[in-house]
Design a protein around this ligand. Structure first.
Ligand SMILES: Nc1ncnc2c1ncn2[C@@H]1O[C@H](COP(=O)(O)OP(=O)(O)OP(=O)(O)O)[C@@H](O)[C@H]1O
Length: 507
């Protein structure tokens, strides 16, 4: 093939995708007709960590993103950094080259030839593109010349792909932090008003008063939407830590792969995209209170690490070695039956004992119906102010009676949402709730029967969630969506759906 055509076609493939594994695979598929190659890989040199990191490979099995590191000696670093090292190197027998033999052992088998293109950017050794073929002395000077032509496209594409990947990682980290901050901002305003202190929540508030001055761990139990976070705030605000941070984390909403880093923080370079060190929620809550919501959703492996922090009051960030002391009070909450989870092996008994020091059970809204008028009036006034409807909405007696009669499966959160919906529907004047008259399960389509006695809890939950999503026309977020109908946060619902394998398009 004419060298210019070769360069043109190879460059199109190398630069054809920001996903470096796909670009590499496309390129390998093209190059192998000209240069022997059972496979191809790209690795990066990381001098600060004295390591080589493989980021992608391609062979007959397809493209593969890698994140595998091999440590190298200072001598090897010096060899790699040497300005005299040639741009393209042919290794007729990999066993004769100590650096490549050691570094590429997991990818290239012993009886192979290798050809390496050294990637340089700004006179810095960035890494290597390697091609390998079974058998000895498979590469010639002609192959080296062809591969050498591809230095610029490979170096630029690799650098761009790395920037792209780190941008994506930063993006998802920022949106997580953003969500966390919003949740924390939201939660601080929630601390201000608690309805029912002297009525439906009187016993709860007595328990809060007893435990708040101490540093004991508190476990809040109750159905979703009953006000566990509101009570957690009350504990914090009535405690000597009230001027310290109140950090909330929803354990059910963090992807499992990010759990350790979110909770315990990470050091710079601990994993791909860890461009800077970061405090986890434990460190953020130092001197204050850490509210671990949905504690029942923590994977077992993370439960072990959490227990260790609770026992030793120290943690080690991901990728770090230094133990750091943390002074925090833990408040955990769950709507799940932890005792059953312990029996079924889904929650560690030792962690349960540790958390269950001072349990507070928050009654459902059905059990404190007398609080409903005050709660509804409070939510109506607050929502009207926020929505800017002008006048204070009125809830007539018969409508209030309807609210008191309803069974509120989503508890206070559902009431709050219903009041807001009524304000929107009524234009903010006289609020009607006639759409509340029948319990939600009466709307369920026939193909989703309500739970049977012989179903597992997960199965029953799956059916109920599916039925509710159907009833909401497939809508998850926002007014009238499944999350609102079920009285849970949309992120909690999404994570629950993932766990139960429920798939619906995003709305
Ligand atoms: N007693 C109360 N007084 C005023 N507002 C309340 C009260 N209880 C709950 N709320 C409001 O109801 C909503 C749900 O409460 P919260 O988030 O505390 O429930 P939760 O039990 O933590 O829910 P989940 O189990 O889904 O995390 C919040 O907007 C909160 O402000």
């Amino acid at each position: 093939m004419d060298p210019r055509d070769f360069f043109h076609h190879a460059t199109l493939r190398i630069c054809g995708s920001l996903d470096i594994d796909k670009a590499l695979y496309d390129c390998w598929s093209f190059l192998r007709s000209t240069i022997p190659a059972d496979g191809m890989y790209i690795n990066l040199y990381m001098p600060e960590r004295r390591a080589i990191r493989f980021i992608a490979r391609a062979d007959a099995a397809g493209p593969e993103i890698m994140d595998a590191q091999v440590c190298i000696t200072p001598d090897m670093c010096a060899t790699l950094e040497s300005p005299n090292r040639p741009r393209v190197r042919i290794i007729g027998d990999i066993r004769t080259d100590p650096v490549t033999h050691r570094v590429a052992r997991s990818i290239v088998d012993d009886d192979s030839s290798v050809i390496l293109l050294r990637l340089m950017i700004d006179n810095r050794h960035l890494g290597v593109v390697g091609m390998h073929a079974h058998g000895r002395h498979r590469y010639t000077q002609e192959h080296a010349d062809l591969l050498g032509m591809l230095h610029e496209p490979f170096a630029i594409a690799t650098a761009n792909a790395l920037r792209h990947r780190s941008l994506l990682d930063t993006n998802s980290r920022l949106s997580r932090e953003n969500r966390q901050l919003r949740e924390q901002l939201g939660s601080s305003s929630r601390c201000s008003t608690i309805i029912g202190i002297d009525s439906g929540l009187r016993d709860v508030m007595t328990r809060v008063t007893q435990v708040a001055p101490l540093s004991s761990t508190v476990l809040l139990l109750g159905e979703t939407g009953v006000g566990k976070e509101v009570v957690a705030c009350a504990v914090h605000e009535s405690s000597p830590r009230k001027n310290g941070p109140f950090v909330k984390v929803n354990c059910g909403a963090i992807p499992e792969s990010l759990m350790d880093s979110e909770l315990f923080g990470h050091e710079k370079g601990a994993f791909t995209g860890a461009d800077a060190s970061k405090k986890g929620v434990f460190e953020q809550a130092h001197g204050g209170t850490l509210f671990l919501d949905e504690i029942g959703e923590l994977p077992l492996a993370v439960q072990v690490r959490l227990l260790r922090v609770l026992q030793t009051h120290t943690l080690v960030r991901v990728g770090g070695q230094t133990p750091r002391e943390v002074d925090i009070r833990i408040i955990a909450a769950t709507h799940r039956d932890l005792a059953t989870m312990v029996r079924e092996g889904n929650f560690r008994e030792d962690l349960w004992f540790r958390l269950n020091v001072f349990p507070i059970t928050i009654p459902t809204l059905r059990e404190r119906r007398d609080d409903i008028p005050e709660l509804a009036a409070w939510f109506a006034a607050r929502a009207a102010r926020r929505l800017g409807t002008g006048s204070l909405p009125e809830i007539p007696c018969d409508e209030m009676a309807r609210l008191k009669a309803y069974h509120w499966p989503g508890n206070v959160r559902e009431l709050e949402n219903c009041v807001e919906r009524a304000i929107i529907l009524s234009g903010g004047r006289v609020l009607r709730f006639d759409w509340l008259s029948c319990p939600p399960h009466e709307h369920l389509p026939a193909e989703h029967p309500v739970a049977h006695a012989d179903q597992t809890l997960d199965e029953a939950m799956r059916r109920h969630i599916e039925a509710t999503i159907d009833a909401a026309g497939g809508k998850i977020h926002g007014p009238g969506g499944a999350a609102e109908r079920l009285g849970v946060n949309p992120s909690t619902l999404r994570s629950k759906m993932n766990k139960l394998g429920i798939q619906y398009g995003r709305h």
